[in-house]
Design a protein around this ligand. Structure first.
Ligand code: ADP
Ligand code: MG
Length: 322
């Protein structure tokens, strides 16, 4: 289990991670989601013991990352945003070196290395220099390094960035397989990726947690109410009056008005399709319905609402100097 409590990181006056707390259960795949600059990498670097927090604590299976970093780190395999590769080593040389660093028993070392090479499909490049590998293969070498010591928890920082579509599918499949018997935390700002592999998401925005939930439950919550928009011809005050009298409508809001028509947003109780009634009541009262739409709130909509930012917002460079 991973337990993060009041974790905070300040760069000067700038708070990159602002008092976040969460708990992760064993054996799930977690998506750590948020726009660029939200604080994902900073958080992951603190969870894995690569960066000291300004405040707060991290427990890995009840072992404190601050008090016993060596013991806690043994339980984690980490693929940082920029994997720590040595370009002048061959894949095999590098993995031997990494295995030694991780303190893997000499007798077991080659066995483990060969098993990992098979798992992440590096056989064809094992004798090649890392600097000559494609981005996809380099990423897999980084992944191999993270998996080498059989960690219980695997933390991957944007593992598919810069890969081509075929490589992305392969890495996703691998993550799914790893998720069967590991706890996996995966950061990304790609929503489809999260949907494809994660059981649960933690959405971060500007250093704070905006949601900590399963995707289905998150979307369900936002769809608890029925949301519709209606466009009617003519007089807006009459339209508002008529719609306001319909049973089951909880809220109405004028969205757009002109001399010819008006658009009204409606919130109604869920569970019963209210469209027919709206249509009948409008026509009984001489209102001509030009449009009537039901709005389903998607995971993308929820994400945008929670983060309040555009999908690919670049990392803000203000605050860097702090
Ligand atoms: P993410 O991984 O979600 O894109 P980061 O954790 O990398 O976000 O960064 C969070 C914020 O902290 C950003 O605004 C970034 O500019 C800032 N930041 C990250 N590292 C440093 C640093 N070493 N010094 C100053 N500011 C930093
Ligand atoms: Mg990052």
């Amino acid at each position: 289990m991973v337990k993060v409590t009041h974790l905070t990181k300040k760069y000067g006056d700038y708070c990159a991670v602002d008092d976040i707390s969460f708990e992760l259960e064993d054996g799930c795949v977690y998506g750590f989601l948020g726009p660029n600059g939200a604080g994902k990498s900073t958080t992951m670097n603190m969870i894995t013991g690569y960066l000291a927090p300004t405040r707060g604590s991290v427990l890995i299976d009840d072992i404190s990352m601050m008090k016993s970093p060596e013991k806690a780190k043994k339980l984690i395999g980490y693929l940082p945003e920029i994997p720590p590769l040595y370009p002048d080593m061959t894949v095999l040389e590098y993995l031997k070196f990494a295995a030694e660093l991780k303190g893997i028993d000499k007798i077991e070392r080659m066995n483990k290395i060969h098993r990992i090479i098979e798992t992440v499909k590096l056989e064809v490049v094992e004798e090649r220099l890392i600097k000559n590998l494609s981005k996809g293969y380099k990423q897999r070498v980084g992944l191999a390094q993270a998996l080498l010591a059989d960690p219980k928890i695997i933390i991957l920082d944007e593992p598919t960035v810069g890969l081509d579509p075929k490589q992305i599918v392969e890495v996703r499949d691998l993550i799914r397989r790893l998720g069967e018997d590991h706890t996996v935390i995966l950061s990304t700002h790609i929503l489809s990726e999260v949907r494809a592999v994660c059981d649960h998401v933690i959405i971060v925005s500007r250093g704070k947690i905006a949601a900590d939930d399963s995707i289905d439950h998150l979307v369900e919550q936002y769809n608890e109410k029925q949301r519709l928009t209606i466009v009617v011809k003519g007089n807006s005050s009459n339209a508002e009056k008529v719609i306001g009298r319909i049973e089951g409508i909880e809220e109405k809001k004028m969205l757009e008005e002109s001399t010819e028509s008006c658009r009204i947003g409606i919130t109604a109780e869920a569970g019963r399709d209210i469209r027919e009634e709206i249509f009948v009541k409008c026509s009984e009262n001489g209102l001509i319905v030009l449009e009537l739409n039901v709005e389903e709130i998607s995971f993308e909509d929820v994400y945008l609402k929670l983060t309040n930012e555009a999908y690919d917002l670049e990392t803000p460079d203000d605050g860097r100097e702090g």
